[in-house]
Design a protein around this ligand. Sequence first.
Ligand code: HGY
Ligand code: MN
Ligand code: MN
Length: 412
Amino acid sequence: MSSLTIQIDRTRLLADLEVLAEIGRGSEGGITRRALSKEDAAARNYMKQRMVGAGLTVTHDEVGNLRGRFGSGEHAVVMTGSHLDTVPAGGRLDGPLGIVGAICAVEALGRVGFSPKRPVEVVVFVGEEGSRFRRGTIGSAAISGHVEVEAIHALVDGEGISFRDALSTYGDEGPRRPARARKGEVHAFVELHVEQGGLLEAEALDIGAVTAIAGLVQRQLSFLGEANHAGATPMHLRHDALLAASTFALEVERIARELGGGAVATIGKFEVFPGGKNIIPGRVEAICDLRAPAAALLSALDDRVCAALGTAGQARGVSTRESLLQRVEPGPMDERVIATIERAAAAAHVKSKRMISGAIHDTLHMAELCPSAMIFVPSTGGRSHCPEEETAPEALERGCEVLARTLAELAS
Ligand code: HGY
Ligand code: MN
Ligand code: MN
C-alpha cells in the first residue's frame, strides 16, 4: 500500500468540518448536538448527502446508526467512523473528524482507482457522548452486541423521552437494517479521532496509534441535607448538602491523585437545590466520572470513591445515595491493526507513537466484535470537550491520509 499516491482534498475536508461546526453552535461558541435531537438529525442529514455524493451506498439501522458503503462483494467489511453528537458546548472535531475524514479518505482511494477486495463502510454512530441518555457509545454497543437493541430503545432521557420515540422523531426515514453485526461480518474497525490530550503536541508527533482505551465508571450521587433559613440558622444547627458534597469532591480528587497510574476522576455535573441565595442547600445532585486504563485500578478507584461517599455527610448529618449510570471496561486494541496504522504513517512519511486513550470511544465496543484500533491526531493545547478544541489543518489532512492508507491495507 505504500506505493499508493494518496491526495486528500484538504479544502473539502475543512469545508465539511465547518458546515458541521455551525450545526448546534451556541452563543458562547461551543457546539451542542444531543443524540437524536434536531441538531443531530441536521448533521446526520448533511453526512448522508455527503455519502451519497461520494457514491457510497447509504443505509441506516434500527438504533439510528448511518452507514455508507464503498465497494461491494461478499467479503467481510472494513468499518471506520465516529459520532456526530457532542457534549454540551463541545468542540468541532470530537467525532466529526472520524466521519468526514473517512469519507475524504475513501474518495482519495477512489480517485487513484483503488478498488477494495473488502467493502469499506463509513459509520455514523448514534449517541456516543452519553449527554442525553444515561449511557454513551450507544451505536457501537448495538453493532457489537454489547447491549441488546431492545434495551437501547427502552433508554429514557432526563425529560422522560424514550430512545425509541426520539428515534422516530429525529431518526432517518425508511427501512432500518438490523443493528447487530452478524458473526464474521466485520473484518476490522479503525477510528480517526483527535487525541483530546497534549502528548502528541508535547512530543511534536503527528500520529498516535492507540494500543488501549481506558475504562469508565459514572455514578449519579445525591446528598440529602436540610434546607433552612440562611440568616436565622446558627452554623452548628445546619445540615448543608453543598458543604458535604464539596468535602466529598475534594476527597475524590485526593483519592485519584493518590492512586495514580492513569486514574482520573471528575465531577462535571453538580446541581444545588433548591438554589435560593438565602436558603441553606438541602440537596445536591452530582455525577462522578471515573477512568483508569486497567480494570483492577478502575475498581479500586470506584471502591474508594464509594466508601468516601458513605462517610462524606456523616459529620454534617447529610445522608447520601448513589446509583451506577454505566461501567465500561478498559480494552486493548488489536496488534495487527496497530501495526497497519504504523505502516500507513511511515508510508505517509509521518512520525507515530503508540499510546493509550484516556477518553472512551466507540472503538472500545467495536474491539469486542473485530480487530480494532484508533488513529489520533494532535489536539492543540491538549484541549477538547470545549470550544477551544482545535487541530492544525495539515495535521487533519495527515490523519486522513494515514486513515486512507490503513483502510487500503485492511481492505485488500
Ligand atoms: O467521555 C468520553 O471519554 C467520550 O468523549 N465520550
Ligand atoms: Mn467526546
Ligand atoms: Mn469522541
